[in-house]
Design a protein around this ligand. Structure first.
Ligand code: PLP
Length: 368
């Protein structure tokens, strides 16, 4: 028996460092002998409001058809998105979460003789998706935790095929203003795909909002990605999408599994997209929670990175230790040492009660 058969896997695949997800509630309950009901999870930027009644009804009605394959083209959801954004349905690629869509970009545009550019402290999936294709990674140092767009434009090499940008970024919550993005797009060669990951778009305050979709006309190398996992509350169902030039969307769809988005997820996302009130409330409650957590961090004399998402990354010092103390108190947050932030913890904005639980636990944990 050849036990070294795993070495037949390309070395770039074996070198992948697995993604570190937020600790599941059930796991902490088992480890600490806690009641799952007493655990607060603020580790995965999930929506503490859950889902709205219209979305729940759509899910229940989709259960009647589970024996059937889903619509491989996601007609209904694509139609709703096309109407929302004023673009053609052929400019939309649906994914099993936007993570899937990011993988489709990598599958369609990267290989072992190409490279991708991304920022220090950028979302972990960019280096993962890049490495899984054997492409080279060019990581550009951040400035004040945010993307240095000037340096990123300069870092584009002759073999670069993809640039990954997150706006706002996770786990830092930093934001690039639209004029800086437009200046960046003009500097990147037209044959390089620019992924603008807007997973937290719905959490931007009105004065920061910008219309990225109109940029697709002038920049056919732009791929905008969005998700139903955050403000729409559907992280468990996995739905995301890309908006891109029809020819770019076409190649991404060629590497997509035919049934990559399940039927319940398709129905839920179509309903959730129409529930503007749910998103508006998620936005307002998030902003209030963010201000509350900022205030709490300041009261403890802790620095934090000003955030435009549904989370805040706080500099607690010995983050590994504080993380463990919080776990003992039944509060799960996210260590970000893997992102080059060994002194920070990322905390998702929860319900007012959850935020309060977190601050009480943090206050005790920094004093332990
Ligand atoms: C959460 C997140 C995503 C994707 O999440 P999905 O659940 O796969 O849609 C993408 N980009 C960033 C920056 C994120 O934080």
């Amino acid at each position: 028996m050849n036990t070294d058969v795993h070495e037949q896997s390309p070395s770039y695949v074996r070198a992948i460092a697995p993604y570190q997800p937020g600790k599941p509630i059930g796991e902490l309950a088992r480890e600490m002998g806690l009641d799952a009901k007493d655990i607060v999870k603020l580790a995965s930027n999930e929506n503490p409001r859950g889902i709205g009644p219209r979305t729940r009804a759509a899910i229940e009605s989709a259960l009647g058809d589970l024996a059937r394959y889903p619509d491989a083209n996601g007609f209904e959801l694509k139609q709703a998105l096309a109407r929302r954004y004023g673009i053609g349905m052929d400019s939309i690629v649906l994914g099993n979460g936007s993570n899937d869509v990011l993988e489709l970009v990598a599958a369609a545009f990267l290989n072992t003789s190409r490279s991708a550019v991304f920022a220090q402290h950028a979302f972990a999936v960019y280096p993962l998706a890049t490495q899984a294709r054997g492409a080279g990674s060019i990581e550009v140092p951040a400035v004040d935790y945010g993307h240095d767009l000037e340096a990123m434009a300069r870092a584009v090499a002759s073999d670069t095929a993809v640039v990954w940008l997150a706006n706002p970024n996770n786990p830092t919550g930093t934001f690039c203003p639209p004029d800086a993005l437009e200046a960046f797009f003009k500097r990147v060669p037209a044959h390089v795909i620019i992924v603008l990951d807007e997973a937290y778009n719905e959490y931007l305050p009105s004065e920061r909002r910008y219309d990225s979709v109109r940029w697709l006309k002038r920049h056919p190398n732009l791929v905008i990605t969005r998700t139903f996992s955050k403000a729409y509350g559907l992280a468990g169902l996995r739905v995301g999408y890309a908006l891109a030039h029809a020819k770019v969307a076409d190649v991404m769809n060629r590497v997509r599994q035919p049934f990559n988005v399940n039927s319940v997820a398709l129905a839920a996302a179509s309903a959730a997209l129409g529930d503007m009130e749910f998103v508006a409330r998620s936005f307002a409650e998030n902003l209030a929670g963010l201000r509350y957590l900022e205030q709490g961090a300041r009261a403890l004399g802790l620095d934090y990175i000003p955030s435009f998402g549904n989370f805040i990354t706080i500099r607690v010092g010995k983050a590994g230790e504080i993380y463990k103390r919080l776990l003992k108190r039944g509060v799960i947050v996210r260590p970000v040492s893997g992102y080059g932030l060994p002194e920070h913890l990322r905390v998702t904005v929860g319900t007012p009660e959850e935020n309060q639980r977190f601050l009480t636990a943090l206050t005790a944990s920094v004093k332990d």
